[in-house]
Write a protein that binds this ligand. Structure first.
Ligand SMILES: [Mn+2]
Length: 322
């Protein structure tokens, strides 16, 4: 795990040297898109992986599941990190992969993430690409465990899904100095009766609310849902439809209901970068302090997106590259 040693002192040195960052969105096994984007950004393939004279990459997580070249994606990212050309945070897919592979101490013969049909379907391609090579599987799981849950750098912050200050404060005792989950807490992170579970859900999967009585929708699998992810970056919302992350087609009832919520969950001065939300269309900043770099690269039609951060305190649309 030496590649993460002195992470913060290295980043501090880099920032002093005036180096800058390319923050790259969720890759989901699309190694070809990743290589194309790195080349477009001016990175050169060397015997130490992809490098750039001025920029380092920060990956926002979700390297695996869905796409065709997941192990190649991991190899590119790890090589860049090992050579101090990149940093990365954990995505919910890496988190889930840890749970899938980790036997439960409380309930022997089961795993922290249940091996049910839905979970298997989400993870199947990764398992197939590992070719049932247990040692290789364990190797990547150990590497996933070495990914920090967030980066809080001198000028910017990076997290997979949602920066919630209260949640960050509360999760700190469960993390080591590099902001990785301490090994002894991994079981609790998958146990819905533990507070750590809730913190991991918020930071890695996004903020959720319980919908008011009588409001519900059906998800892709046809399951009726009474909870919804919310657009935590909004300042305010006047209907549930505007607040909630529910695709139009899945709306059932009550979403046009008038509400008046002042969110303003994130009011800090440091810009925050995240992925996770399967955006589409032309990449755009959410606010001058918030950027989502996930534009659904996992889909054939989706773009892998980078934001080129050059030290600005107000983020701008011109800095997206894809
Ligand atoms: Mn995600």
């Amino acid at each position: 795990m030496d590649y993460h040693n002195d992470l913060y002192s290295k980043i501090a040195q880099i920032e002093k040297r005036g180096d800058m960052f390319d923050i790259i969105g969720d890759i989901h096994g699309q190694a070809t898109k990743l290589k194309q984007l790195l080349i477009k950004l001016g990175y050169k393939k060397t015997d130490q992986g992809f490098t750039h004279n001025e920029y380092k990459v920060i990956f926002v997580g979700d390297f695996i599941d869905r796409g065709p070249h997941q192990l190649e994606t991991l190899a590119i990212i790890k090589e860049m990190i090992d050579n101090q050309n990149a940093y990365a945070v954990m995505g919910n897919h890496e988190f889930n992969a840890i749970g899938w592979m980790t036997p439960s101490a409380q309930h022997p013969d089961t795993f922290l993430r249940k091996h049910n049909a839905i979970h298997h379907k989400q993870h199947k391609i990764f398992l197939e690409q590992l070719g049932h090579n247990e040692a290789l599987h364990q190797y990547w799981i150990e590497w996933f465990k070495s990914l920090p849950l967030f980066l809080d750098l001198a000028h910017i912050r990076v997290i997979h899904a949602c920066w919630d200050n209260q949640c960050i404060d509360r999760i700190l005792p469960y993390l080591d100095e590099r902001h990785c989950l301490k090994a002894q807490y991994i079981e609790q992170a998958f146990d819905p009766t533990c507070e750590l579970f809730e913190y991991c859900e918020t930071l890695l999967k996004g903020k959720e609310i319980t919908l008011p009585d009588g409001v519900y929708y059906q998800d892709k699998e046809g399951t009726t849902r009474h909870r919804s992810r919310i657009k935590w970056w909004l300042k305010r919302a006047d209907t549930l439809r505007k607040l909630c992350m529910i695709p139009d087609a899945e709306c059932i009832k009550g979403l046009e209901q008038k509400i008046d919520i002042n969110l303003e969950l994130y009011q800090d001065k440091k810009p925050v970068f995240f992925g996770h939300y399967w955006f589409s269309g032309k990449p755009a900043i959410l606010t001058p302090k918030m950027v989502c770099v996930d534009y659904s690269a996992a889909l054939d039609s989706g773009k892998l997106v980078a934001y080129r951060y050059q030290g600005e305190s107000q983020l701008i649309n011109q800095h997206f590259i894809y």
